[in-house]
Design a protein around this ligand. Structure first.
Ligand code: UDP
Length: 241
């Protein structure tokens, strides 16, 4: 049976932590292979995918600045960390037979392609998965904002934010047993209530461009496919909610 996906082209944002498995930092090959298998399955279902991966499993600019580093230099280090993660994901995807391209917002010609919007669109049309590395290429931003920016540039139908919880809750479900999950919520409520989904610049960019954000648990096996098919547990942040 061929399904007509509600979200044909999506941007999947993964935090660097998704690649570290149970380790406290770094890149875990098994965790990376598992995520790659989830992505490959979504691709096989007919979705066009591009990815933005964070760098928090290796280096976070803000944390380093708090310990005395110059913020801009620390942020450039953080962006370079995302390139390592992008190459790890590329490797894991290609081991599963999925064609990929890495495009970096900070050009590094001998490692990957530079970010070129029209070229990225073409790759996706050809069925390749494009992995966007080095965030926005600017310090003082996050990879969440990079994800919102690239989702808008690529004309994505939604931004999928893979986390370790299955959506947005009324309060912290780890602390409050009465906490309930919002199936849908508006951009304005997320911003006004300062709900920690993505940073506010990313949420505002999605709101202004009408790109829904789907928050779901990437650690649960098979979940990306289920949520893409409208079956899994998630919270959808949208204009209409
Ligand atoms: N970063 C940046 N500009 C960007 C994206 C990222 O300076 O456009 C830096 C920033 O220092 C950040 C680090 O890269 O802390 C890693 O990204 P992020 O913390 O967003 O990764 P995640 O939390 O998703 O793993």
């Amino acid at each position: 049976m061929t399904r007509t996906p509600a979200y044909r082209r999506i941007l999947l944002k993964l935090s660097g932590e998704a690649l570290m498995g149970d380790a406290p930092f770094g890149i875990n090959p098994e965790a990376t292979a598992r995520i790659a298998a989830e992505i490959a399955a979504a691709r096989a279902d007919g979705h066009e995918l591009c990815l933005v991966v964070g760098g928090g499993n290796i280096f976070r600019g803000l944390a380093a600045a708090a310990r005395g580093f110059d913020r801009a230099s620390a942020d450039y280090m953080g962006m370079l960390a995302t390139v390592m993660n992008a190459l790890a994901l590329q490797n894991a995807l290609e081991q599963q037979g999925v064609a990929t391209r890495v495009q970096s917002a900070i050009p590094m010609a001998s490692v990957c392609e530079p970010y070129i919007r029209r070229r990225a669109v073409r790759h996706m049309e050809k069925g390749r998965i494009v992995i966007f590395a080095a965030g926005t290429g600017n310090p003082f931003f996050t990879t969440d904002t990079a994800a919102a920016l690239r989702a808008a540039e690529m004309g994505c139908d939604a931004l999928f934010k893979g986390t370790s919880v299955d959506g947005i809750y009324t309060s912290d479900p780890k602390l409050d047993p009465k906490a309930t999950r919002y199936p849908v919520i508006s951009f304005d409520k997320v911003l006004n209530d300062n709900l920690k989904v993505m940073d506010s610049a990313a949420v505002a960019l999605c709101r202004d461009n009408g790109i829904p954000i789907v928050v779901f648990n990437i650690r649960e096996p098979g979940n990306l496919r289920r949520v893409l098919a409208g079956e899994g547990r998630a919270t959808v942040v949208s204009q209409a909610a």
